[in-house]
Design a protein around this ligand. Sequence first.
Ligand SMILES: Cc1cc2nc3c(=O)[nH]c(=O)nc-3n(C[C@H](O)[C@H](O)[C@H](O)COP(=O)(O)OP(=O)(O)OC[C@H]3O[C@@H](n4cnc5c(N)ncnc54)[C@H](O)[C@@H]3O)c2cc1C
Length: 476
Amino acid sequence: MMIMKNYSIWEDLNNNLTCKSISQDMDVDVLIVGGGITGISVLINLMNSKLKTILIEKNKCGLATTSKSTAKITYLQEKIYMNIRNLINEDTASFYLDSQRYATNLLKNLIEKNEIDCDLKKVDSYLFTDLDSNKEKLEEEYKFLKNNKVNVEKVTSVSFDKNCKLALKVSDTYVFHPLKYINYWKNKYKDLIYENSKLTKINKVKDYYECLVNGRIIKTKYVVIASHYPYFLLPFLLPIKSHIETSYIGAKKEDKTQNISAINIDKPTKSLRYHHNYLIYLYNSFKSANIKSVKDNFEELNKIDKFQYMWSNNDIITNDYLPFIGRIKDNLFIATGYNTWGMTNGTLAGEIIKDLILEKENKYIKLFDPNREINLSKIIRFPSDLYSNIKAICKSTKNNVNNNLVINKIIKGQKVLVYKDSKGIEHIVLNKCPHMKCGIVFNEKELIWECLCHGSRFDIDGKCINGPSNLDITFK
Ligand SMILES: Cc1cc2nc3c(=O)[nH]c(=O)nc-3n(C[C@H](O)[C@H](O)[C@H](O)COP(=O)(O)OP(=O)(O)OC[C@H]3O[C@@H](n4cnc5c(N)ncnc54)[C@H](O)[C@@H]3O)c2cc1C
């Protein structure tokens, strides 16, 4: 019988190296918080400076959002250019395209120059539709790309989707293995990386920061928050400027591989690529606050095919479709909100933040400024984001037991949820997300607890895997 693995295809990779943890007070110039593609990219970029830099990671590097992505390196990003053009203007859309083409090459060159063994492959990228009604939108995207001197082709038949009505194709894009990439850098800079080291507090003192990590104080001039969800610092980023989106992914072995990467512009979202002869297939993306049943969403994926791996992933979608990369205030920086395009944007963030710290020019600083004004009146989805958030909070506090594997209990006066695993071991967690006190649901496929209001995820015993929560729901 085929055994389904409930984690991403990248996470099958073994990396026995665990870096040391923070166990004493330290004095550095730059503290980077988070060991995904963003934090690692900032670290790489600062290696040629004289600044004493360290990176802390609360778990193991790469194992959060980065290792659950489909890891395409591409600038064909759904309808993003038309979205930016319609919301802001044509020049901003062109500038974002320029940044993504630049970042695609930046990452590819970094891999080639350092001869990183991470399965980098040049592929044709497709943007496609199965609907006659969406052909016009693709035509618009085509015109925009042509006007911006992209070598793009229109095709009406593709090898990966027999219902395709129209597709755009470009050839200067890539795919890779994100965890092999992260592990290369982790091994190279292991002396500067601290794992199992969690930031819990930042205090500004005169012209430096005191950061509390594992109960120790790291004194630093610059802090870079590359933790994906910087909400414990900026609670109003969500829902005012962004929302969380969850997607469901499967991987299955096929007879042969194809040199392609593709994404549609229809609903439900379909996105695919190959890794050797495994097809990686993303089906359906939802605003997390609108998810009715995690189990049903995996069932939908199951109906498409029998996958050997199945997993889900969250990313932050910004209301103006542009990432937040740069200075928040003083010497505090963030990089997040990649709208599911973090391989390019996370890599670019490394360069932008390095230039900000070293006071060098970088043409993308203004475009991604996290303090930029967002014209909320133009954002149609803003009221609907707010509504679904409030609805999700109310729903989660009323009915938080989502399946019969979990029971609701009160132990020592505290509301808890109890899941008994196949060995009869009870896993007990607090039934409240520390972020905004929403109820928790159980994701029986991946054996994790989730807050569907805002996307926080916790392991089976309540340790926080993904924010916005920065706290655990462990019951002691
Ligand atoms: C379904 C899906 C598919 C995707 N596919 C693609 C794709 O094909 N191409 C593409 O370009 N992008 C893709 N993305 C987007 C991409 O995966 C993300 O944008 C990117 O991985 C974010 O990287 P990050 O380093 O910012 O965050 P993460 O990888 O989440 O890293 C943040 C790290 O910070 C750590 N951390 C958090 N809090 C603390 C703390 N308090 N102290 C210390 N450490 C902390 C976490 O443990 C984590 O390791 C996809 C996203 C989704 C949801």
